[in-house]
Design a protein around this ligand. Structure first.
Ligand code: SAH
Length: 329
């Protein structure tokens, strides 16, 4: 881990500590088992020559360091090193004046969500499927006391390490290279749990929602973001094969169906904060993500449909609460 002392402070003498101690030891083993790890490690080592105390996580483009801190040559070197970690899906970041223009303008989702949730000030937050940690840093910028992110994609863990390596003070955020199934079933710990962009990848969405419930302390808040279809009642789409060229898509419910799922899992105060169609301004190929993106996934003659003829991507943000006196289901 980059900053072992941060989680030690945050979870000292809590029920989470023994588990985290174990996971941190395990993380290094998971990283080093990846075929690209030695290449990534070299990149990370080269990046650690440049550090700064100047950060601002509260802006749409996360700021780390100032443009005039480094020479053009140094900036070119950093840019090349960061390119080694292509593709950058989440962002944007500005690092010493270098803008990482990621595939997703993640700030747009943040903006849709942040005023609809309980303020993060002083809260212990879990971000499940956190990618490279863009939102983890925004959560710190919004005053979270500590953020734990988990994501099983090792490259995204490396991007988080790269971005946070430039910062020469402790940040109260940590990332583990695990999926939700590797979390204990009895955490009962976090004030806010985020699950954004993960539910539709799950074969058993109800089990996912129950697991999220168990991660929350009683009274805690779930922030759920996922693909939805337009439609009333309990309709849902289960694509026969691919959805927007993705193979690993399972259930895409109507927003009302999602509310029913949450209700059946024991959540209360369930609210739909936002429903928006994803636009090519929010998800697109860039210099930092050169593969296909949204416009290649849509029917070229009719952007209301995917190439397979399904409704085009639409996403909902919901919040729901674990009741104050509740046991796990
Ligand atoms: N939360 C971010 C990223 C969404 S992309 C956002 O909203 O923009 C989905 C992420 O979920 C990917 O980074 C992927 O690696 C991760 N993921 C996939 N399966 C997962 C699992 N079982 N548990 C946790 N994360 C998972």
């Amino acid at each position: 881990m980059n900053h072992p002392e941060t989680w030690t402070n945050a979870v000292n003498n809590t029920s989470l500590q023994p588990w985290l101690d174990e996971q941190v030891a395990l993380a290094e083993r998971i990283y080093s088992a990846h075929g690209d790890y030695s290449r990534w490690l070299l990149t990370l080592e080269q990046l650690s020559h440049y550090t700064t105390s100047e950060t601002d996580f509260s802006l749409p483009v996360i700021q780390i360091g100032k443009r005039d801190h480094l020479s053009e040559q140094q900036k070119n070197e950093i840019e090349q090193l960061l390119f080694n970690l292509h593709p950058w899906r989440k962002g944007p970041f500005n690092i010493f004046g270098i803008t990482i223009d990621s595939e997703w303008r993640s700030d747009i989702k943040w903006h849709r969500m942040i005023n609809g949730i309980t303020p993060l000030q002083g809260r212990r937050v879990l971000d499940i499927g956190c990618g490279n940690g863009y939102y983890m840093l925004r959560m710190l910028g919004a005053g979270a006391a500590w953020v734990l992110g988990i994501d099983p994609t090792i490259l995204f863990n490396m991007q988080f390490k790269a971005v946070t390596r430039f910062i020469n003070h402790d940040i109260r955020a940590d990332l583990l290279p695990i999926g939700i199934d590797q979390l204990p079933d009895d955490l009962d710990y976090f004030d806010t749990v985020f699950s954004m962009g993960v539910l539709y990848h799950r074969r058993s969405p109800i089990d996912h929602l129950i697991k999220l419930f168990s991660c929350l302390r009683p009274g805690g808040e779930l922030v759920l973001e996922t693909l939805v279809i337009e439609g009333a009642g309990d309709q849902l789409l289960l694509p026969e094969t691919r959805y927007a060229k993705m193979r690993n898509i399972w259930f895409i419910p109507a927003p009302q169906a999602l509310k029913t799922w949450l209700h059946r899992c024991g959540y209360i105060n369930i609210r739909i904060v936002d429903v928006s169609t994803t636009s090519p301004a929010e998800q697109r190929a860039t210099e930092w993500m050169k593969f296909e993106s949204l416009k290649d996934f849509l029917d070229p003659d009719d952007h209301s449909k995917t190439v397979e003829g399904h409704p085009a991507p639409r996403r909902a943000i919901l919040v729901a609460q674990r009741p104050g006196n509740s046991k796990r289901p």
